[in-house]
Write a protein that binds this ligand. Structure first.
Ligand code: PAF
Length: 291
């Protein structure tokens, strides 16, 4: 392990490819196992858990830090999205990341926006995709670019963004991408709140109220044996008890299709919630067993 080695920060595609080729040569032509963790920076303990898993899985760990304009809609927080490269690199040093790839917008999209895009299909238009039209096309497009640039063996994603994970898995399969995906469980604060870059926008009262999301998921899981309606009711009651939390959606999906399950569905499922806490949109999810 390279713990406490400052990662090398590379900001162009050419320099990154040269560095990775050099690494191969240094190992006598043997291909190192390469792991890519794509991020938008503003790293917190949840990202570091992903980076730690990446470190366990590979010889070379590349973390990309790029606030991707393609996945932000008009009126979203692109301009104000926190950019904290120095702090991010220092945090990644503590888990032994080898390379930080931090390109500018011009490096990633030399002609402005990409005219070729990956489209996410019907699942990209529901839930988070309904709230943020075009978001998942932009997300998949940059993930496809990053995979082509780095050519990793493994890509690491967090379960927190369950719909993103489903769509990346689908893209990897549909378009015959080489890497396998590693999905890392959600990291939670004491009290259950899922770690998110957006939690920094919550004041003390909102942060306390936001725990209702994970509490709702726990309540749902505890009655899931009684069926979809019982699980949804338990979650809804727990969340609605918090006046500061305004539910956007609460839905149970089939993990195989990511579409809402029928009322009589049995077997593994995933409950997803999205809510506004003040003006901050939060999401969370958990596996539930409808048996
Ligand atoms: O989850 C994120 O931070 C972003 O959607 C990702 C995967 C880095 C693509 O920009």
């Amino acid at each position: 392990m390279n713990v406490l080695t400052t990662p090398e920060v590379i900001d162009t595609i050419g320099a990154l490819r040269t560095r990775l080729t050099g690494e191969r040569e240094r190992r006598g032509g043997a291909a190192p196992r390469l792991v890519l963790l794509p991020t938008m920076g503003a790293l917190h303990a949840g990202h570091l858990a992903l980076a730690r898993r990446a470190r366990e899985l590979g010889d070379i760990v590349v973390v990309s830090i790029f606030v991707n304009p393609l996945q932000f809609g008009a009126g979203e927080d692109l301009a104000s999205y926190p950019r904290t490269l120095d702090a991010d690199v220092a945090a990644l040093a503590t888990v032994g990341v080898d390379i930080v790839f931090a390109p500018t917008g011009r490096v990633m999209y030399p002609h402005g926006k990409s005219s070729t895009k990956v489209t996410a299909g019907p699942v990209g238009a529901i839930l988070e995709g309904a709230a943020r039209p075009g978001h998942f096309d932009g997300m998949l497009t940059v993930v496809a670019k990053l995979i082509n640039i780095v050519d990793p063996d493994v890509v690491v994603f967090g379960q927190k963004d369950a719909q993103q994970v489903f769509l990346v898995e689908t893209m990897l399969e549909d378009l015959d991408f080489r890497p396998v995906i590693e999905v890392v469980p959600i990291v939670r604060e004491d009290g259950g709140l899922a770690l998110s870059s957006r939690n920094r926008n919550l004041d003390e009262a909102q942060r306390a109220a936001a725990k209702a999301l994970s509490a709702g998921l726990v309540a749902a899981a505890s009655v899931a044996g009684r069926g979809v309606a019982a699980a949804e009711q338990a979650a809804r009651e727990t969340i609605d008890a918090q006046p500061l939390v305004k539910l956007d959606y609460l839905v149970v999906v089939d993990p195989l299709t990511f579409l809402p399950v029928a009322a009589d569905h049995h077997g593994p499922a995933r409950m997803l919630v999205a809510a506004l806490v003040g003006s901050t949109r939060l999401i969370d999810n958990a596996a539930i067993d409808l048996n």
